[in-house]
Write a protein that binds this ligand. Sequence first.
Ligand code: ZN
Length: 162
Amino acid sequence: MTDTLTPPLPGSPLAILFDAADEFGHVGEDDQREAAQTAALDHIWSCYPGTLGQALDEEDWHGLPAVPDAGLEMCAIACLDGGWWLHHSTGLDDGTGDRGPLLTLIGPCTCGGGYVDTVLDGEDDLLVLLAELRGTGGFRHRPEEPDCTSIQRVRAWGAPRS
Ligand SMILES: [Zn+2]
């Protein structure tokens, strides 16, 4: 006779993980799209009230369901002018549930070879970044990161840059 897995204590990290996995395994794609869009709006209204919160409306955000096989969380994207994008993930379905939401600005690299993503850390951070980007016309290519092609950068979506 084999031992059965002891259920995790209620409220323990493992219990929260099991709950999250269970919950997201049963949420339909349309619900995920809506939840992802709502989460993005909540985030920019509360953290970027003077910039993105005013510039972007509900219809600018498109929610996308998670693709667990590809390791992609549910997210929402907003297309900006000039090849710029915003990507928002809730962090709720990353397997731990405690990462928190991530807002990522994706824009063209100055090398012309692809896109670079940067996780935004609030409105002040955005304003500093915008001033920098205005001077360079895009993300400055980093020679130590020669891999800035679209495909590789897309895979890195949601990963915080150090
Ligand atoms: Zn580049």
